[in-house]
Design a binder for this molecule. Structure first.
Ligand SMILES: [Zn+2]
Length: 94
């Protein structure tokens, strides 16, 4: 005597449940792209956290650049050189 269908349908049901759960998870996760123009890395948004950048580093870098842009207007050569060196070091440590 063979029972043929029983375990097969059970497996199918489990498989479908798993697929539904996955779809549910995928729907609840929202992705954003990093606001840093030369990064634009997609990242998942955790609920409660509002982020524009995929890492705090990117946000820091952008604010640094903004600062630098306004500084550049005032004093030009000297200070810019120093900032560029700091950025180069940071890029290496990442
Ligand atoms: Zn980024």
């Amino acid at each position: 005597m063979m029972r043929s269908s029983g375990s097969g349908t059970f497996f199918m049901a489990r498989h479908m449940l798993f697929a539904t759960a996955l779809a549910e998870v995928a729907r609840s996760i929202r992705f954003k792209t990093c606001k840093r123009k030369d990064c634009q890395m997609p990242f998942a948004i955790e609920s409660g956290h509002k982020r524009d950048y995929h890492t705090p580093y990117c946000g820091h870098l952008v604010s640094l650049r903004k600062e630098r842009a306004t500084e550049k207007r005032k004093k030009r050569a000297e200070k810019r050189k120093r900032t560029q060196r700091i950025l180069a070091v940071k890029r290496h440590t990442l």
